[in-house]
Design a protein around this ligand. Structure first.
Ligand SMILES: O=C(O)CCC(=O)C(=O)O
Length: 288
């Protein structure tokens, strides 16, 4: 493991996200695009109707990673491990992921944050519990649905904490009310355009959204959820994470090749007796 990049780490902790350029090779991006297009092609029409604002919401679990080598390769990719190492996260854990794919001419994604540990005091500290690692499989900009974030909103209360729905309601998912505050411009927001192969990493509790895809091409992102500081977290936080992610880690067999064996190092395990904390999607008053 290389040394920690303190400037980058400070930026990550302050802004709540950081962009790593050129983490994945073009061949890997191409392979992931072919694979995700194939999986999307297997979904029922209803799936896309129910997820108009994300485009799709296909679960990536460990069983899927065992089935498709390209996914296992992504989860333990040396460039990804090096990026996490630069931020000082030497022993990350992987939970699950999602294929989120906006078809051409599709609506924006609403403002939301994915913090689900708001009853855990750790959520009010600098320590990340759950982080997204996002890989866009095409270049993105404001016209084809790039990511938008509100820097600092993982630590500091924003008007949206009291205005936006804390959960992904059907109304938001289906774009039933384009006038909803969650689809408007937000104070302090910035665009995060990327090149295919870049990686955006951020705190799950950071407010984020995406622009509409007004292009004629599909725009796919793979959102992979890691627990970068798992081994440093209090036991009850570890117990909580394990209670939520244990099922996603299930596989029919033990590892049968070298990449799957490397995935074992990222497996979430908790065998102690601490009691999990209930899921809480709404930030409490301690977020000032
Ligand atoms: O579609 C996007 O650009 C963002 C996806 C997202 O918000 C998420 O994975 O939580």
């Amino acid at each position: 493991m290389g040394s920690v990049n303190h400037v980058l780490r400070e930026q990550f902790v302050r802004d709540g996200f950081v962009l790593f350029r050129g983490v994945l090779e073009p061949e890997m991006v191409e392979a992931l695009r072919a694979w995700s297009d194939g999986v999307l092609g297997q979904q029922e029409e209803a799936h896309f109707e129910q997820n108009r604002t994300t485009g799709s919401m296909v679960l990536i679990d460990w069983a899927m990673a065992y089935r498709y080598d390209v996914l296992a390769d992504l989860i333990v990719h040396p460039g990804v491990m090096a990026a996490l190492g630069e931020l000082g996260f030497a022993e990350p854990k992987f939970g699950h992921g999602r294929i989120i794919s906006k078809p051409p001419q599709s609506p924006p994604l609403f403002w939301h944050e994915d913090g689900r540990f708001w009853d855990d005091p750790v959520s009010y500290t600098w320590q990340p519990i759950q982080c997204f690692l996002m890989y866009y499989l095409t270049d993105t900009d404001a016209r084809n649905g790039c990511l938008r974030v509100i820097p600092g909103s993982h630590r500091k209360r924003h008007a949206l904490h009291d205005q936006a729905s804390p959960t992904h309601t059907d109304e938001l998912r289906t774009y039933a009310n384009p006038g909803d505050v969650a689809f408007q411009r937000a104070e302090g927001e910035v665009d995060v355009p990327v090149k295919a192969g870049d990686m955006v990493m951020g705190y799950g509790r950071l407010f984020h959204a995406s622009h509409a895809n007004l292009s004629d091409e599909r725009r796919t992102v793979l959102t992979m959820w890691y627990y970068p500081h798992f081994v440093e977290l209090p036991e009850r936080t570890q117990a909580t994470i394990f209670s939520l992610e244990g099922r996603n880690g299930e596989t029919d067999s033990g590892p049968v090749n070298e990449v799957q064996a490397r995935m074992e190092g990222l497996r979430i395990r908790y065998e102690g007796s601490a009691k999990p904390i209930g899921t809480q999607w709404t930030a409490g008053p301690a977020l000032k």
